[in-house]
Every structure is written in structure tokens, then in C-alpha cells.
Design a protein around this ligand. Structure first.
Ligand code: NMX
Ligand code: MLT
Length: 431
């Protein structure tokens, strides 16, 4: 294997040298080319060397190793995610339905197309069976992400068309009802659930099902809509998307792939960080910088991660966090939790920077979403990752459709099968 060590930036710490890094010139060049559109689609030449794999890359969770192409989004270390080329901050105020259109069609919709995607989703929204009865059998103490995964599987058992795009769009259209029913039934509010009104937007359908009498519906709508747009996609290699596409590569159904993707998302290092972050904020209970710093240091001393900070790809603050901080300062600057995360945003990067092995001490997407959802009246953090899952169904669905029906001239990618190298296994025989 070619050795990459000598090519690493001389400033790279010894610990970091054991991990593939963005300072590696090939990856930096690769990312630059991808960013300016030189890589991807028709312009990619088949023989170009994109990356050299050395032993240092083994057992690193495939960190940064190019394995395929993605038509829906890309993530750069400094500017974060772009959907079909658009920086996420420019899309944050769009309606979720328009971003679903973008992810599936690779163009923002005009007024006519925007109306058509709403109509299309509405026509797919009816749940094709008695979902409520199934959800009522689930243990109320089960985590909402497990409910979400079971709910998606159940929808798949009720109806699978075996058309990748139809199944993906059907699932997207049914998510608001599934989400609403999960809240209502798991919370024991099973009676008098309003019927679905598919003429409403996806977010309005969810809010209607929730039927929280004391909620500020307009504020909730804005917070959830922004949340959904920000979380819909994040490149091809985030764990839930990768897991979902890998499952779909066996030609399992969209529903099986998506349920698996939700299980990947449910881990605290991935989507569930938004729950853990708000739980941490509630525990801190003060926006006093000295006290917040003491909490952060105590968490680190106890070997617990500081949720809402760090990233596998980003090397600056996640623009999705920046957008949420801007939204919070417009709609709830005096909210106690918002004040705490504002202090955390100042304090934690400084403290985390003291540890040179942490590649990115800055805030990620999960820092602020919990505080905003809490402000909207959704006060139980155990549900927060389900919103991440709801949103991500769109990006994963669009990527599955691309991998199954567009790539390789429409034939779809072959089944995923990366190579693992044997360790500690000498050939031997049973005597
Ligand atoms: N708090 C404490 N330790 C950290 C943090 C953090 N926020 N971020 C990184 N580290 C540690 C990490 O555990 C690793 O330790 P070790 O060498 O002992 O395994 C070391 O620093 C180097 O990790 P990195 O290369 O900086 O990050 P990696 O790519 O491995 O992991 C995360 C990325 C996001 C898993 C990591 O930053 C983390 O655990 N953050 C806290 C959890 C979180 O907010 N996750 C949400 C990510 C976004 N999302 O929604 O999916
Ligand atoms: C995501 O949105 O999936 C996260 O930021 C994690 C990632 O991209 O690896």
C-alpha cells in the first residue's frame, strides 16, 4: 500500500496522523474539485485517482473514503451542506415540500411545479391501513425512534408498490400522519385524534394531529418547517443515509431500508445528539458562562461527549446551527434554554479546543434544534430525533431512488460489498 504519512501536513499532531485528515492533499483537492463541480456526473473520468487507501484508513469508519457519487447534496468542511448546489442557508426559508421537489428533481420548483408537488404528496398521503391499532400495541416506554422505525416498517407491510420512487414519495407523504400518531398514542392521548386533512401542508397536518390547544401554531409551524428543511439531507455518507442505501442495495424495500436508516439515526453520536443536547441544557439550568463552563468540563471529565459539538466532516460551525441561532434570536431571544445554548456556543468550542484530538470543536446541527422545539411547545426531548428522522426520509428516499434507478445507466448500483481484511485469524483446521 502506498504510504500517505509523508504527505500529511507537517502541523498534523501524531494522534491525528493515525486518522485520515482533510489536510491530506488529495482529499483537499478532491473536495475542491467536487465543490466547483469538476467531479461528479458526466465530467468524472473513470481513471482519475481520487484517493489512496493506506493501512491508516482501516477501522476509521470509512472516514472520508470516496465510495460513490451523490446527486442530492454535498458537504464541505467550511461551508457545510449544499442541496443540489444551493448552500443550505439560502434554502432555510423554503417550504419543506419545495425542498422535497428539489431533492427528487435537482431543481427548485417554479410556482406551477410547487403546486404540483403539493398535490402529488396530498394524493399519496392516506395511510393504507389501520396504523393506529398497530401503534397502540407498542410499549409506551419504548423510545420514540423505535416507534418511528416500527411505524415505517408497518407502513411498508400495509403497502409496498415495489416502485422505488412511488414508495419513497408515498412514505414522505405519510410521515406527518405517522409522526402525529406516534406523539398522540405514545403520550396516551389516543382519543379524539383529528382526521387527516391532506389539503394542508405536511407540517400543518402534523400540528393538526397533535392538537395542542395552548400551542402557538404559527411559531410551531415556522420552527418545524425550518427544522425539516435543514435536516433533509447531508451528503451521501452520513451514517443513516449510508445505512439506508446499503440496505436498499439488496433490493430490500424502501420501507425496510428506511426503518434501518432510522435505527442508525437513533444513536447518540448521530441523530439522538439533539435529545441529549437539550437534556444537557435542562440540566445546566443557567446561562452563566462560568457555570456552563464548569458543566462542560465535568461532562468531559466523566468521559461523556459534549452533544451538539464536533463533526466528522465539518471543520467550522455547522451553517445549520447558524441558521437556527438566527431563527432563535428572532423569535425567542429571551427563552432560557436559548440563552443557555448561546452561552454553550461561546464556551464549549474554547474548552473542546484544548483537546487536540478533537477535529472540530464547533457547534453542529444538534446544538439548537432542541431549544427551538422546546420553545415551540414540544417539551419532551425524547421525541426530538423523530423530527430529524421525519426530515431525513426525504433525502434518504431521493438518494435511494438515484442509486436504484439512475446510476449505471438506470440499472442501479450493485449490492454493497466493501472489503474487510482478516485480523488475528491464522488459517487452522479442526483436529
Ligand atoms: N465531545 C467530546 N469528545 C469529542 C467530541 C465532543 N463533542 N467530538 C469529538 N470528540 C472526541 C471523539 O470521541 C474522538 O475520541 P477518541 O479518539 O477517543 O475516539 C476524538 O475526539 C476525535 O474525534 P473527531 O475525529 O473529532 O470526530 P469523529 O469524526 O470521530 O466524531 C462526532 C464525530 C460527531 C461523532 C463527535 O464529534 C461527537 O461525538 N460529538 C458529540 C455528539 C454529537 O453532537 N453528535 C451529532 C453529530 C451530528 N449529527 O446530528 O449526526
Ligand atoms: C447529519 O446531518 O447526518 C450529521 O451532520 C452527520 C453527518 O453528516 O455525518
Amino acid at each position: 500500500m502506498a504510504c500517505m504519512e509523508s504527505k500529511l501536513d507537517s502541523k498534523t499532531s501524531p494522534k491525528r496522523r493515525n486518522r485520515p485528515e482533510y489536510t491530506d492533499y488529495r482529499r483537499a483537492a478532491f473536495i475542491r474539485k467536487m465543490y466547483v463541480g469538476e467531479i461528479g456526473g458526466d465530467s468524472m473520468t473513470k481513471n482519475e485517482v481520487l484517493f489512496e487507501v493506506t493501512e491508516n484508513h482501516l477501522n476509521t469508519g470509512l472516514r472520508g473514503i470516496p465510495v460513490g457519487t451523490c446527486r442530492t447534496s454535498f458537504v464541505t468542511p467550511s461551508e457545510g451542506v449544499h442541496y443540489c448546489g444551493y448552500p443550505i442557508s439560502e434554502l432555510a426559508a423554503f417550504e419543506p415540500e419545495d425542498i422535497v421537489y428539489l431533492l427528487f428533481n435537482k431543481e427548485l420548483p417554479n410556482a406551477e411545479q410547487s403546486a404540483a408537488i403539493r398535490q402529488d404528496l396530498a394524493s399519496r398521503a392516506a395511510v393504507p391501513g389501520d396504523l393506529e391499532s398497530v401503534l397502540k400495541t407498542l410499549p409506551k416506554f419504548g423510545h420514540p425512534m423505535d416507534w418511528l422505525s416500527v411505524g415505517i416498517h408497518t407502513l411498508g407491510m400495509m403497502e409496498t408498490t415495489n416502485n422505488w420512487k412511488d414508495d419513497a414519495l408515498n412514505l414522505i407523504a405519510r410521515m406527518p400522519r405517522l409522526m402525529g400518531l406516534i406523539f398522540r398514542i405514545r403520550e396516551g392521548r389516543e382519543e379524539n385524534i383529528p382526521s387527516d386533512d391532506t389539503s394542508l401542508s405536511m407540517v400543518e397536518r402534523f400540528i393538526r394531529c397533535l392538537d395542542l390547544h395552548d400551542a402557538n401554531t404559527e411559531k410551531m409551524k415556522r420552527i418545524i418547517s425550518t427544522y425539516l428543511v435543514l435536516h433533509m439531507d447531508h451528503g451521501g455518507g452520513n451514517l443513516s443515509t449510508f445505512a439506508g442505501k446499503a440496505i436498499a442495495s439488496s433490493k430490500a424495500t424502501v420501507y425496510s431500508a428506511m426503518a434501518g436508516a432510522m435505527n442508525a439515526l437513533s444513536g447518540p453520536l448521530h441523530g439522538r445528539a439533539n435529545q441529549s443536547c437539550l437534556e444537557f441544557v435542562l440540566k445546566v439550568g443557567t446561562s452563566d458562562p462560568a457555570e456552563v463552563e464548569a458543566f462542560v468540563r465535568a461532562e468531559l471529565a466523566a468521559n461523556r461527549p459534549i452533544f451538539g459539538f464536533g463533526h466528522a466532516v465539518l471543520r467550522s460551525e455547522d451553517p445549520r446551527a447558524t441558521v437556527q441561532f438566527e431563527l432563535g434570536s428572532q423569535i425567542c431571544p429571551e427563552d432560557e434554554n436559548f440563552k443557555i445554548i448561546t452561552t454553550l456556543r461561546e464556551v464549549a468550542p474554547r474548552v473542546l479546543s484544548e483537546n487536540p484530538k478533537i477535529s472540530n470543536p464547533n457547534a453542529n446541527v444538534d446544538i439548537a434544534s432542541g431549544a427551538l422545539l422546546h420553545h415551540a411547545g414540544l417539551t419532551d426531548p425524547t421525541y426530538y430525533t423523530t423530527f430529524f428522522g421525519w426530515a431525513r426520509v426525504a433525502g434518504i428516499g431521493a438518494q435511494i431512488v438515484d442509486e436504484r434507478t439512475v446510476f449505471r445507466g438506470g440499472k442501479g448500483l450493485p449490492i454493497y460489498r466493501p472489503k474487510y481484511i482478516a485480523e488475528g485469524q491464522n488459517l487452522r483446521h479442526v483436529e
